[in-house]
Design a protein around this ligand. Structure first.
Ligand code: HEM
Length: 389
């Protein structure tokens, strides 16, 4: 007989006996109640020191006294219960880079004046029950209102005949800055809308496999085009800020809705009150909020601690400001394309006819005709004849 066999058998028996006798160490540790006590206490607990509260969850403590180890070896349900309660475990990732890596599930938080709550779930509810339905409804209402307006009232037409004399509205630099930003905006808007609302209007049509791939591609596109949008937005702000400084007459332009519907448009400089509102409200304020919250979610803002709660706040700010920005830019895109005859031409070629300038920006044309402003600022050759001072 092989001599090694009895020795191996003995070793197995000895080990088995030792295992049967060994009891799990009884730790005099803090106890997790059904409703966890308070956020910081939970954060500072060590996952290995915690056992569930016997009175709150009858039977759990008994299961932990060795019975579970023998009957269900490998069943680590108590540990997962603690993970679910937000207990901090061990992670080798540096705290500075991944402050919450020890928490597989977001810790409970206690906001002043409110009860202890699971912030992850609260954020999910706000996203799914407030931002998505109300934001989506707002976008649909704006689209419907614009479609109705176009159908019933139509585009703002030129009243006079074009003269053939042109004036430079946008230099090539201004147009490149604008169109780079506009293209990036459209990419961001489409990818953002699919990420937020796609499961309602695309998923049922194209199915899960295609939608999964599309969402994956668009999400990456969103992350990479974001910095392009950021840089071009800053350039657009720097380029157009001078002519968007509020002036006398802007308020009355806004109060009368430009007077555009009545036929007689309130006189304005290079940009009117409505354009200035879009510039300051949409491009400057909302644009910068959208960009800052977006860069935060890309983890591109230095010196910040990227905790889950930081990301959740940034997401909510990003989503709300984006919906408002979209509302403003749906209006801007409408007026810049089919809504105003000749406006798109100005941003496409850089030049507008004298009649267009007279009817939409009379004070600006006055300044050009009186020689205060040049009719052309760039050396680009012009096909028509430039307005003379
Ligand atoms: C497809 C999208 C867009 C289209 C079709 C479009 C079209 C136009 C047009 C035609 C003009 C000239 C208006 C005029 O001559 O008075 C204009 C001006 C302007 N656009 Fe856009 N645009 C788009 C997107 C954007 C975006 C995303 C931004 C910035 C976030 C933007 C910012 C501006 C600014 C700053 C002006 C100058 C007017 C002002 O400063 O008040 N546009 N756009």
């Amino acid at each position: 007989m092989n001599k090694g066999l009895p020795v191996a058998l003995m070793l197995v028996l000895l080990a088995g006996g030792a295992m049967a006798q060994s009891k799990p160490p009884v730790v005099d540790a803090p106890v997790l109640a059904a409703t966890p006590p308070d956020a910081t206490a939970i954060k500072n607990l060590n996952i290995l020191d915690v056992k569930p509260d016997a009175s709150a969850e009858p039977g759990y403590a008994a299961q932990n006294n060795g019975e579970r180890v023998q009957v269900q070896p490998g069943n680590n349900a108590p540990m997962w219960r603690q993970v679910g309660a937000g207990v901090t475990g061990y992670s080798s990732l540096p705290k500075s880079e991944a402050p919450e890596a020890g928490n597989l599930i977001q810790p409970f938080v206690q906001y002043p004046g409110s009860r202890l709550s699971n912030a992850g779930e609260a954020w999910r509810q706000v996203r799914n029950k407030v931002i998505i339905p109300y934001g989506g409804a707002l976008l649909l209402m704006v689209l419907a209102a614009i479609a109705l307006f176009y159908w019933r009232v139509g585009a703002i037409k030129l009243h006079g005949k074009p003269t053939g004399r042109v004036v430079e509205r946008f230099t090539p630099f201004e147009r490149v800055a604008h169109w780079t930003n506009a293209t990036a905006f459209v990419v961001m808007a489409i990818s953002g809308v699919v990420m937020a609302f796609g499961k309602f209007f695309l998923l049922p049509v194209i199915g899960t496999a295609l939608f999964g791939w599309l969402a994956f591609v668009l999400k990456n596109l969103h992350n990479f085009v974001g910095p392009v949008f950021t840089v071009s937005l800053l350039i657009v702000i720097a380029t157009f800020i001078r002519d968007n400084v509020p002036a006398r007459g802007d308020l009355s332009w806004l109060l009368k809705g430009g007077g555009m519907l009545g036929g007689d448009e309130v006189k304005s400089g290079r940009f009117n009150g409505g354009e200035k509102l879009v510039f300051w409200g949409g491009v400057f304020v909302l644009g910068l909020i959208v960009v800052a919250s977006g860069l935060l979610m890309d983890k591109l803002l230095p010196g910040l601690v990227y905790e889950r709660s930081t990301m959740q706040m940034a997401h909510m700010v990003h989503a709300v400001s984006n919906i408002l920005m979209l509302v403003m830019f749906i209006g801007h895109i409408y007026l810049g394309t089919v809504g105003t005859e000749g406006a798109y031409q100005g941003m496409k070629t850089g030049f507008v006819d004298e009649t267009w300038a007279r009817e939409h920006h009379a004070l600006w044309l006055d300044d050009i005709q009186s020689g205060k402003l040049p009719a052309q600022r760039s050396p680009t050759p012009v096909s028509g004849q430039t307005v003379q001072a």
